[in-house]
Design a protein around this ligand. Sequence first.
Ligand SMILES: [Fe+2]
Length: 187
Amino acid sequence: MGNICRNKLVQMLDEAVDLGDPKAITEKIAGTLSAAFERGDFELPEEFTRPCTDCYARRLLHHDEERGYTAVVMTWGVGQATPLHDHAGMWCVEGVLSGRVDVTRYNLTGRQNGTYEFERVDQIQAGVGATGSLIPPYEYHVLGNALSDAPSITLHVYGGEMNHCCIYEPQSDGTYQQVKKALSYTA
Ligand SMILES: [Fe+2]
C-alpha cells in the first residue's frame, strides 16, 4: 500500500504527457492510473480526501505550466453529481481512486442558436481502478455518486487548467441551454 507518492505519480504523468498526442497521452495515463489504483499503490495526501456537504469537492493536486496539464482530485459525497457538462475542449482522463461513481455519457446531436440537443448514450457504474478518457468532441457527460451509499474519490488529469466549462441545462421541451460556468478549487 502507498508505494506511489505524489511526486512519483507526477513523474509518471509527465512521461505520459510528453508523448504529445492526445490519444497516446490518455491511453498511457489511463493505464497508469488503473494499475496504481487497483493495487492500492497510490497514497493521496489526507487533505484531499474530505468530502464537502454542499457540493462535490475539487482540489488541485498538481499543475504543470510548462507541459500544460493539471491533476485534480474530486471527492463525492453520497448523492452529489455534476450537471451535464463539457471539458472546454480539453482531453481528460478520469480514474476512480476509492468508492464508486456513475458516469452518464451523451452525444451532441444538434445545435442551433444556443439550443443544444443531446442523446444519452449509456450510464456505467465505475469502481476502483476504472478509468475513462475524453477526447473532444466526445466530452459530454454527467459524473456523480448518486447510486452508491459511501463517499468516493476520483482523480482527473486535464490537458490544461480547466477554470471554466459549459454546463447544459435541460429545458421542458427536451433540449438543453448552454451556460458558461467558472470553476474554482475547494479550500
Ligand atoms: Fe467531467
